[in-house]
Design a protein around this ligand. Structure first.
Ligand SMILES: NC(=O)c1ccc[n+]([C@@H]2O[C@H](COP(=O)([O-])OP(=O)(O)OC[C@H]3O[C@@H](n4cnc5c(N)ncnc54)[C@H](O)[C@@H]3O)[C@@H](O)[C@H]2O)c1
Length: 338
C-alpha cells in the first residue's frame, strides 16, 4: 500500500501530536522532524523514527516528502507554509491559519495556484459532542439557529508558563480561533459583522502584553447572533486547563455542550479532569479528536478529496478575529471583510 511521506515543522507541545499521528497511522510515514530547538527536535525524531533537521529548507528540498504539518507558533506559520507550498507539498497547518488576513490570503492563493491541499487543523470538528451537534442542526432538530454562545478559556498557566510567545498571540488567536470556526461551521452561515471588547490588565502587569479576555458578538447573514468569549487568566486551581461551553438555540430547540469536563475526574494528590476525548492511548495506538483530523488530511491527499477544513475556512476565521481586534480599537461594530 502506498504510504504518504510526511514531515512536521515545529514539534513543541502540539506539533508532537502530528509526528505521532503520521508515525502511527497505517497510511502515512514520518520522514522528517524539523525544529529550531535541536534537543527537542532530535528527541521527537528519534521517538518516532524520523530524521531531524533544524532547517525547513531541507524538508522543502527533499522530493520524496509529499505532505507537511506546520505547528510553529501562531505568528510563525506563514513562511514555512508558503515555502512548502512552493516546493509542491500538501500542507496541514495548525490553527489559526495566520494572525493577519494578508498572510492568510497569500497562503490560500498560493495553495490554489500550486494545486496542493491546504487544510487548517480545526480539530473540534472531530470532537464527538460537536459532530453530534452539527448532525442535529443539519437534521433540523433545533430549526433555524437564532442565538448562540461559545466560551473557550484557559487557566493563566497557559500564557505564563506553557507558551513562551503568549505576547505575540492572545486568547483571541490561540483560543477564539477554535470557537469562531466551530460556530461558523455549526450555524452554517457566513459572519458579517462583529462587535468586540477586550481588556489588558493581569497579563500586562506581569509583562505579557496581550488581552486577558476578548468577548465578541457576531452577526451572521440572516440575523443569527453568537457571542464568543475567551479568557486567558482563569485560576490554576481549576482542575483542568480549559473551560469550554457551547450553546446554540434555534426556532425549534437548543443544543448545549460542556466539553471542559470530559467525563472523568481523578482525585489523587490533586483533583484533575484528564483530557481524554482529545487523545488517549488505546493499547499502543492513540485515539481521539486530536489524531482524527491528521488522519483525515492523509486520506484527503492520498484519495484526492477536498479536506473538511480548507484554507478558505482558516482565512474566514482570521478575517473574523482581525475584525474583532479592529472593533476593540474603534469601540464600535465593524464589517468582517471576506
Ligand atoms: N489544535 C490545538 O488545540 C492546539 C493546541 C495547542 C497549540 N496549537 C497550535 O499549534 C501551534 C504550536 O503551538 P505549541 O503550543 O506547540 O507551541 P510551542 O512553542 O510548544 O512549539 C512551537 C515549536 O515550533 C518551533 N519553531 C518555531 N519556529 C520554527 C521554525 N521556523 N522552524 C522550525 N521550528 C520552529 C519551536 O522551536 C517550538 O518547538 C500554534 O499555532 C498553536 O496555536 C494548537
Amino acid at each position: 500500500m502506498e504510504k504518504l511521506r510526511t514531515a512536521v515543522i515545529g514539534v513543541g507541545t502540539f506539533g508532537e501530536n502530528h509526528a505521532r499521528a503520521y508515525a502511527e497511522y497505517g497510511r502515512s510515514e514520518l520522514v522528517w522532524v524539523c525544529d529550531l530547538n535541536e534537543e527537542r527536535g532530535r528527541k521527537v525524531a528519534s521517538r518516532y523514527g524520523a530524521r531531524y533537521t533544524p532547517d525547513y529548507e531541507e524538508v522543502a528540498r527533499d522530493p520524496s516528502v509529499q505532505a507537511v504539518s506546520v505547528a510553529t507558533p501562531d505568528f510563525a506559520h506563514t513562511e514555512p507554509v508558503l515555502r512548502m507550498i512552493e516546493a509542491g507539498k500538501h500542507v496541514l497547518v495548525e490553527k489559526p491559519l495566520a494572525t493577519s488576513v494578508e498572510e492568510a490570503r497569500k497562503m490560500v492563493e498560493a495553495a490554489k495556484d500550486a494545486g496542493v491541499v491546504l487544510m487548517v487543523d480545526f480539530h473540534n470538528r472531530w470532537n464527538p459532542p460537536f459532530l453530534r451537534a452539527k448532525r442535529e442542526v443539519l437534521e433540523g432538530k433545533i430549526g433555524e439557529p437564532l442565538v448562540g454562545f461559545a466560551r473557550l478559556s484557559d487557566t493563566i498557566y497557559v500564557p505564563t508558563e506553557m507558551l513562551s510567545w503568549a505576547d505575540k498571540s492572545g486568547p483571541q488567536w490561540f483560543l477564539m480561533s477554535h470557537t469562531a470556526d466551530l460556530m461558523c461551521w455549526l450555524v452554517g452561515k457566513q459572519p458579517r459583522k462583529v462587535y468586540a471588547v477586550g481588556e489588558k490588565k493581569v497579563l500586562k502587569d506581569m509583562g505579557i502584553d496581550t488581552y486577558d479576555f476578548v468577548q465578541a458578538v457576531l452577526r451572521f447573514e440572516g440575523g443569527t447572533s453568537v457571542t464568543l468569549e475567551s479568557c486567558w487568566v482563569l485560576p490554576n486551581s481549576i482542575p483542568r486547563l480549559i473551560d469550554f461551553q457551547v450553546y446554540l438555540a434555534g426556532t425549534k430547540g437548543r443544543i448545549s455542550v460542556e466539553v471542559g469536563f470530559q467525563g472523568i475526574e481523578v482525585a489523587a494528590e490533586e483533583l484533575s479532569h484528564p483530557f481524554v476525548l482529545g487523545q488517549e492511548d488505546a493499547y499502543g495506538r492513540t485515539v481521539g479528536f486530536v489524531q482524527e483530523p491528521i488522519y483525515h488530511f492523509v486520506d484527503c491527499v492520498l484519495d484526492d478529496r477536498p479536506p473538511q477544513c480548507p484554507g478558505e475556512d482558516g482565512l474566514r476565521t482570521t478575517a473574523l478575529i482581525e475584525a474583532a481586534l479592529r472593533s476593540i480599537g474603534e469601540g464600535r461594530p465593524v464589517d468582517i471583510e471576506l
